[in-house]
Design a protein around this ligand. Structure first.
Ligand code: PMP
Length: 402
């Protein structure tokens, strides 16, 4: 409904946005920590490393240069858009015209603007799930309807073309791809991406592909790039990306989107009326990140690879927990439905929200319940925290469920 009810003060469109289920646990964890409890949090969606020095140094130099103190083009500094085009070619093999790149305030703004650029009232977006919480809200904010297609542990949290096809209607405007995935860590192989891309092309729908975790894959897994596999999709694909995860730059707020000229122009017009250019100092930092030594990326990925092994192996020792090896990102997504109804110090839980709350109170461990990303029965644990904390946190779970 687009009309607000009489007497309501907040618009119905914004009132319909749900509070993130992650916030409830997070607030409780913070309150417990403030009360002196030794809470270990697996909720963080960001790398724990500081931003590499050479990037910080570039930002300091940028602060001192008055040309960065002024407005610049809304779509981003030309040098940065050139660097993004070069990085895109280097990593994915896609050739992109810097004019068709829009620099955004993080991947999040790119996500919102991608939907805003192509969605009309009532358009449906097929959303493979479990999905990142922002997608359905952004789709709804743009007047669209998210159509989730959920995958389970059995398919390693990946959906098939048949499942996508079953969700397609005459209103389907787009399909979203997020690989490596937040929250499951699933990585679609080049072959799987090819199948989905060909299907989308045949159906004449758009593909919005979120590649923000592209550099974080493990055990030789290789994420497929839909435009590499199905180049015919070029005039109906929007690619989302950013520096946040690869370079540990979540706080700097630099992302981007690229795609066909008309959609990027529309999104740029929108951004010119909302946030204008991303802070120039942050853009200069992102430029340094993309053009500087890339071994920092490997070092962080190596740390994540080590932590991933620790957390997956330790979680599997808990009876009632099952999970596939997540091939990418920095999350594990165990199915914990086997723990429902289990006696825990005289209490029990029937949903992952209840279980998360109980674990927090009984073991001082904060986890994000699956309800934030789709159905109950799962937890998302980030392993973007120190090795010792991971071991201690999962040890506590092992003891609680022993
Ligand atoms: N896409 C996905 C899948 C994410 O997990 C995130 C961060 N949580 C983003 C995009 C956006 O990241 P940022 O806005 O920090 O660049």
């Amino acid at each position: 409904m687009s009309t607000s009810t009489p007497g309501s003060r907040v618009s119905s469109r914004l009132a319909a946005i749900s509070e993130s289920a992650t916030l409830a646990v997070d607030a409780k964890a913070k309150a417990l920590r403030a009360a002196g409890r030794p809470v270990i949090g697996f909720g963080a969606g960001e790398p724990d490393f500081p931003t590499p020095d050479f990037i910080v140094e570039a930002a300091i130099a940028a602060c001192r240069d008055p040309k960065n103190h002024k407005y610049t083009p809304a779509k981003g500094l030309p040098e940065l858009r050139e660097a993004i085009a070069a990085k895109t070619l280097r990593d994915s093999g896609n050739v992109v015209d810097p004019n068709n790149i829009l620099v955004t305030n993080g991947g999040k703004q790119a996500t919102y603007q991608a939907f805003a650029a192509i969605i009309d009232e009532g358009d449906e977006v097929i959303l493979p799930g479990p999905y990142w919480t922002t997608y359905p809200e952004a789709i709804r904010l743009c007047g669209g309807i998210p159509v989730p297609v959920f995958a389970t542990v059995d398919s390693h949290y990946k959906v098939s073309v048949e499942e996508l096809e079953a969700a397609r209607t005459a209103q389907t405007k787009a399909v979203l791809l997020c690989s490596p995935s937040n929250p499951t860590g699933a990585v679609y192989s080049p072959e799987e991406v090819t199948q989905i891309g060909r299907w989308a092309h045949e159906c004449g729908i758009w593909v919005i592909t979120d590649e923000i975790y592209e550099n974080l894959t493990y055990d030789g897994a290789r994420a497929g790039y839909v435009l590499q596999e199905v180049p015919e999709l070029a005039d109906r694909t929007l690619v989302l990306n950013g520096v946040a995860k690869t370079y540990s730059m979540t706080g700097w707020r630099v992302g981007w989107m690229y795609g066909p000229a008309d959609a990027i122009k529309a999104a740029t017009n929108m951004q010119s009326h909302t946030t204008s250019n991303v802070a120039n100092v942050s853009q200069r930092a992102a430029l340094a990140a993309l053009t500087g030594p890339q071994d920092v990326v490997d070092q962080m990925r190596d740390a994540f690879a080590r932590r991933r092994r620790i957390i997956v192996d330790m979680l599997r020792e808990i009876d009632g927990v099952s999970l596939p090896d997540p091939a990418g990102a920095f999350y594990v997504y165990p199915d914990v439905s086997g723990l429902f109804g289990r006696d825990i110090n005289g209490r029990s839980a029937r949903t992952s929200i209840e279980l998360a709350s109980l674990i927090l109170e009984e073991a001082d461990v904060a986890l994000v319940p699956g309800e934030a990303f789709g159905p109950s029965g799962y937890f998302r644990l980030s392993y973007a925290l120190g090795d010792d904390d991971i071991v201690e946190g999962i040890n506590r779970l092992q003891r609680l469920f022993a």
